[in-house]
Design a protein around this ligand. Sequence first.
Ligand code: NAP
Length: 425
Amino acid sequence: MADTPNFKDLKAPKEGARISFKDGDPVVPDNPIVPFIEGDGTGRDIWKASVRVLDAAVAKAFGGKRKVHWFEVYAGEKANDKYGTYLPDDTVEAIKFYGVGIKGPLTTPVGGGFRSINVALRQVLDLYSCVRPVKYFAGVPSPMKDPSAVDLVIYRENTEDVYSGIEWRAETPEAKKVIDFLNSVLAGDPSSKGKKIAEASGIGIKPVSKFKSQRHMRRALKYAVRYGINDVAIIHKGNIMKYTEGAFRDWCYELATTEFRDHVVTEDELWKNHDGKMPKGKILVKDRIADSAFQQILLRPSEYKMLVTMNLNGDYLSDAAAAQVGGLGIAPGANIGDHGAVFEATHGTAPKYADKDMINPGAVILSGAMMFEWMGWLGARDLVLKGMQGAISAKTVTYDFERQMPGATKVGTAAFGDAIIKQMG
Ligand code: NAP
């Protein structure tokens, strides 16, 4: 890759250095340049509060030895006002060049004709794992009896499955051609077993490959080994979709029991070789059918630490799990690949609260904590988590929590940021 970014309008920052990559992991200088997208609507308030919290955590953790050089890049309405496009090429180039980005929520304009930034960045940087930690902060209103039992991380495959975008509308010539091919040419195939597809069906394709399943599982297991996660569940619907979901399960097991042989025990092996007793220091790799996984994380959450999923199952499961620990306002996420990562809140722009200094900035702040973890800046990560827990325990919270927390003090977005900084100690 070139040594300088190829910008049309943006100017590369004069200070700071670029993150590089080795074996899929970031090599982070003490002064990394991090492009950020402020976000539309409430994104403005959220970013102002978040950047103060993140800078305070780094300053406190590393006493001036390390510093993030934030670099504003544009997307969404701000980009459209400035450059006449919702996603300038410069923004994609900046995140690609510096290998990292953090973003607030963006409006999805109604009508088409624009590129989705999430899709563009995912494709350009091949961000193949979507990661969502689901962690309970004591005191957050939750529908669960004991939400503290929920502490897991969801690794969702991000590039294939039914999201591949290969679909044909019902009754189009293309759909008819595919149906005709399946009903006639492949009719004798044993897996078709004489089944026929109704003439006027819409058709979608669900590709799942060994390479993409295994690189995703590899990233998840590397994380589990690094952070001492001792339980990894492969989630699938392989009982019904044998050659896609079932194959995903098999490929994940294959990778775990070859590349990670010294680290893992499968559930089968546990009973066959260890009488059901977990050998010390090993990671249990098990699998669960997707529908049962929904029940399990509700009924026996403490038995799950990491879920490795395909794209669609992960989409459903991550929102359901986030709801268990208090929902959208504090749900962070990351899209990670071997040459870059983008961190973001999972909520939208909540436009009715724009510029009212009301919205909960927690999700972007926790996305920043995820970024620090990815960078290996664990001291800064821990301070953000400590500050967040402290502010919630002190019941100094934004409207969304205050309305469900008896005795809480309602504060605005900026003051919630201040409360987090104060609670860092
Ligand atoms: P939304 O912006 O997520 O907001 C829905 C509701 O969720 C809000 O009215 C609010 O509920 C609550 N909420 C969301 N974020 C919150 C926060 N930080 N703190 C507290 N409460 C929060 O969903 P939407 O209204 O469906 O979408 C609005 C726009 O965002 C659309 O243009 C959509 O396309 C876009 N969007 C973007 C992303 C993204 O960029 N990643 C993701 C999703 C949607 P109450 O009213 O009950 O307080």
